[in-house]
Design a protein around this ligand. Structure first.
Ligand code: FES
Length: 356
């Protein structure tokens, strides 16, 4: 609406002069003529549309149940396989999709096919008086009445069922906040077994790596030798042990006290699990000696013991102490000296040598 009292043009194209209080109103706000839909004139069509809406809400209920069954019935214990995890992920995704789409499409179909579709217009004005407030309340009551929710118990009941069940998946997945990790992240397969040091092997084929194979500027994705012989179920063990191996000029490394012998001839190994939320740190920038996490761009500087120089991670990547055995193969001289992965409440209790 134009401001007519300031002498500007009003909506009908005429100009109101100062002191002129009466303004012309829209006689025709441009609303097209109302066209009746099939469900407005044919009770059978209305009933059919009502059943379709109820069916869509029913699909939402089924989707929620699929989610809950997949979440609780599929056991993802230590011995679960990748196939089991994929199956559960697929069912969780399908269940969520059906649950949300069912409610959404049901409401849209209900509104388009059954709810009144008369367009109305009114003058815009400030809501200040008690009468205005009560008029607004009456409009809301009218809208509820016009939706037909009171007259159509089938729609009402299926909608209530779908809406009541829809939040359950969100509540259920709170279960994934536990159990607490305690010291499970503080121990990995790199710990020597019966005094035997673990060799560093290529990921994924598992062949051990000789120090002579690691040329200046090269980078290797590494797993502990023997990891591939583990049963498929030991996914957690595998996930904790992945490491990145790089070779720099020894002069470029600046080990802090206590870490002087954690590298071999400029070869260093660091956990590949980002300390932000655990994505694999997979990119090595050879010129700058930076490691980059692709998830949220945390950047770690190899020359400063993988200190965070950019991004949301708050801790350096844990370093794996390495050396060579009598045959020249790279070995881990101990496990990590701190838990790998993101921060958790009890983590500090398990840090043996803090970063300095
Ligand atoms: S998980 Fe690496 S930056 Fe977020």
């Amino acid at each position: 609406m134009g401001n007519h009292s300031d002498g500007g043009p009003n909506d009908s194209g005429t100009v109101a002069t100062a002191g002129q209080n009466e303004v012309e109103k829209f006689q025709d706000p441009g609303i097209p003529p109302h066209r009746l839909r099939l469900a407005d004139t044919d009770p059978k069509a209305a009933k059919k549309a009502e059943r379709q809406v109820a069916l869509l809400f029913g699909i939402s209920v089924v989707g929620t149940l699929i989610f809950l069954v997949a979440y609780f019935a599929i056991d993802l214990g230590d011995d679960s396989t990748i196939a089991t995890i994929r199956l559960q992920n697929a069912l969780l995704g399908l269940g969520t999709a059906f649950a949300m789409l069912g409610i959404g499409t049901g409401i849209v179909h209900w509104a388009k096919a059954l709810m009144p579709d008369h367009e109305v217009s009114e003058e815009r004005h400030a809501i200040r008086t008690e009468e205005d407030r009560q008029a607004a309340v009456r409009i809301v009551d009218d809208i509820v009445e016009e939706t037909g929710i009171k007259r159509r118990p089938l729609i009402r009941n299926t909608l209530l069922g779908a809406v009541a069940l829809a939040p359950l998946p969100a509540l259920a997945i709170f279960g994934d906040l536990g159990p607490r990790p305690d010291d499970t992240l503080a121990h990995t397969m790199w710990a020597p077994q019966d005094g035997k040091l673990k060799r560093l092997a290529r990921d994924p084929d598992g062949t051990p790596i000789k120090a002579a194979d690691v040329t200046l500027g090269s980078a290797f994705h590494v797993i502990p030798e023997g990891l591939n012989e583990l049963s498929e179920g030991k996914l957690n063990e595998k996930a904790k042990s992945v490491v990145l191996l790089m070779r720099l000029n020894p002069e470029e490394l600046h080990p802090s006290p206590g870490r002087e012998d954690w590298a071999y001839n400029g070869i260093v190994a660091y956990s590949k699990i980002c300390t932000h939320v655990g994505c694999p740190v997979a990119l090595y920038e050879q010129q700058t000696h930076h490691l980059l996490c692709p998830c949220h761009q945390s950047t770690f500087d190899l020359t400063q013991q993988c200190k965070v120089i950019f991004g949301p991670a708050s801790r350096p990547l844990p370093q794996l102490p390495i050396s060579v055995d009598s045959e020249g193969y790279l070995v881990a001289t101990s496990d990590f000296h701190e838990p790998v992965g993101p921060t958790y409440w009890e983590r500090e209790q398990h840090v043996l040598i803090p970063n300095s």
